[in-house]
Design a protein around this ligand. Structure first.
Ligand code: 2HA
Ligand code: ZN
Length: 277
């Protein structure tokens, strides 16, 4: 282990930041990513840790992930710059033993802080980890244009939003069989949006932030990026199909509810029954 970048998921984290940039989801400082490290990764990374900074109190508390370490993008930092200079644009933070404060132990050079959405990320990590028995480790927020556009023209309701996305591409229902939750427009970066999202995170791994973007959780970078990519692609297909249909979403052909249910049956996946007729 010659640098901290040889820790597999530190490398994977940097790659995912760049993947999102290449998709066009991270204008300026838009979007953020956090990853909860395993104990082995913490042990591998520790020799490279720097003098810990002071503890910073959060507006939220989550006891089940107290004492854990997270890789986080930096507040005001650009995804575009992560690959070129990780040490300045991302960092590792430790959560205190009561689960209500963090301190920077590596990176985020020159006094930078973790993402302005860190409280949202932390609370949602707590909920997602509890829902998945500790499997979920990644939370990703991206300014995905298709989802933002869709949030102007469809009802901001979990069921309506989910059904449209499922119907756009055959494998959507397989990738997110529980559906997506929808948070109405809210001020970003505070405890209120953290609270609203974490309430939905008890059920969903994908949350739409109306007029803002996507908020997604998963066990690893491939799954979480793939989830965001699939949801966003479905949104783009909806918008293009609707435009091609003169602005209406009364399409000539579509995937039936029976088709959605049959797909899940054959893939051995449990569909959210409340969202199909
Ligand atoms: O990091 O995307 O929601 C900037 C944001 C806040
Ligand atoms: Zn944002």
């Amino acid at each position: 282990m010659s640098t901290i970048y040889d820790v597999a998921n530190v490398k994977g984290f940097i790659r995912m930041c760049n993947d999102g940039w290449l998709q066009g989801w991270h204008e300026r400082n838009g979007g953020n990513l956090t990853y909860r490290m395993t104990d082995d990764e913490v042990a591998e990374a520790k020799p490279f840790f720097e003098e810990p900074r002071e503890w910073v109190k959060m507006g939220v508390r989550g006891e089940n992930l107290a004492g854990q370490y997270f890789v986080s993008t930096g507040s005001g930092k650009y995804m575009r710059n992560v690959l070129e200079d990780p040490h300045a644009n991302i960092g590792i933070v430790e959560i205190n033993e009561t689960g209500d404060a963090f301190r920077v132990v590596w990176g985020l050079a020159n006094g930078a802080r973790p993402t302005s959405e860190f409280e949202s990320h932390y609370m949602n990590h707590c909920v997602a980890a509890a829902r998945t028995d500790g499997a979920d480790r990644v939370i990703y927020h991206a300014h995905t244009p298709g989802i933002i556009e869709m949030s102007f023209v469809v009802p901001l309701e979990d069921r309506a939003f989910t059904r449209i996305l499922w119907q756009m591409m055959t494998e959507c229902v397989v990738v997110f069989p529980t559906g997506v939750g929808v948070v109405p427009w809210m001020v970003p970066g505070g405890p209120a949006i953290a609270e609203a999202s974490s309430e939905l995170m008890k059920t969903y791994d994908t949350i739409v932030w109306a007029h803002h973007g996507l908020f997604a959780a998963g066990p690893d970078f491939d799954t979480t990026f793939g989830l965001a990519h699939t949801v966003e692609k479905a949104a783009e297909i909806y918008l293009a199909a609707r435009a091609a249909n003169g602005g209406s979403d009364d399409f000539l052909n579509k995937i039936s509810d029976k088709g959605l249910k049959d797909t899940c049956r054959d893939f051995g996946i449990k569909i959210n029954e409340a969202f199909v007729d």
